[in-house]
Ligand binder design. Structure first.
Ligand SMILES: Cc1cc2nc3c(=O)[nH]c(=O)nc-3n(C[C@H](O)[C@H](O)[C@H](O)COP(=O)(O)O)c2cc1C
Length: 191
């Protein structure tokens, strides 16, 4: 079967959907954000990339802190509206029920099953976006989202995003075990 090259502007499928918070002009501000990944094991570092025009980027530079809030699948409207309006024009600070952990400029959303507070440790300026790398200082959740001491993806029900068709997706079914399922293929690699 021949494979086709569809160009140089592709997206990763799926993208984890979050709501990033920070303080902008002295108030909590939030934006929908899907360009997010963990980038270091110890200490635990997360990278997000934010378009240079967004209030959020200015807020993170100013405050040195941000939050990564993971909404459940029932929150796609609330997530979406955070991506439709800029904190430069509207006040998004009252939209969610907030709390704070160790960091006082990383607003945490109570409605989100997981809310993580990050301290900015590195900034990488790219062409259209700025990559902010933050060290995780605390992860806030509730017992009801956990099983055996760990956050349970089936209880959290996070959302993912597909681009460029721009749809929100619920997560699918469990299909295997990582660092395990490849073992039966190991013989193929032995000399
Ligand atoms: C589903 C969704 C995902 C988004 N992901 C990102 C992203 O990863 N990075 C980014 O810079 N903008 C992203 N945006 C756009 C911002 O959320 C949007 O421009 C927002 O209004 C910026 O708000 P602010 O100016 O208050 O920071 C996304 C928007 C939506 C709807």
């Amino acid at each position: 079967m021949s494979r086709i090259n569809i160009g140089n502007n592709a997206f990763i499928l799926p993208e984890p959907q979050s709501i990033v918070g920070t303080h902008y002009n002295g108030k909590a501000n939030f934006m929908a954000l899907a360009w997010l990944t963990r980038v270091n094991y110890q200490p635990c570092l997360f990278a997000i990339t934010v378009n240079k025009n967004h209030a959020t980027g200015l807020g993170i530079v100013e405050s040195g802190e941000f939050s990564i809030n993971i909404p459940h699948e029932g929150m796609h409207r609330e997530t979406d509206v955070m991506g439709l309006l800029s904190g430069k024009r509207v006040d998004k600070s009252q939209f969610f029920d907030l709390h704070y952990g160790e960091l006082k400029k990383a607003p945490l959303i109570r409605e989100c099953p997981i809310a993580m507070e990050c301290k900015l440790v590195k900034t990488v300026e790219l062409d259209t976006n700025i990559m902010f790398i933050g060290e995780l200082m605390g992860t806030w959740t509730e017992e009801k989202y956990m099983t055996d001491g760990y956050i349970d993806i089936e209880k959290v029900k996070p959302m993912t995003l597909s681009m460029p068709d721009n749809h929100y997706w619920a997560i699918g079914r469990k299909i295997g075990k990582a660092w395990h399922d490849g073992k039966e293929l190991k013989d193929r690699l032995k000399k």
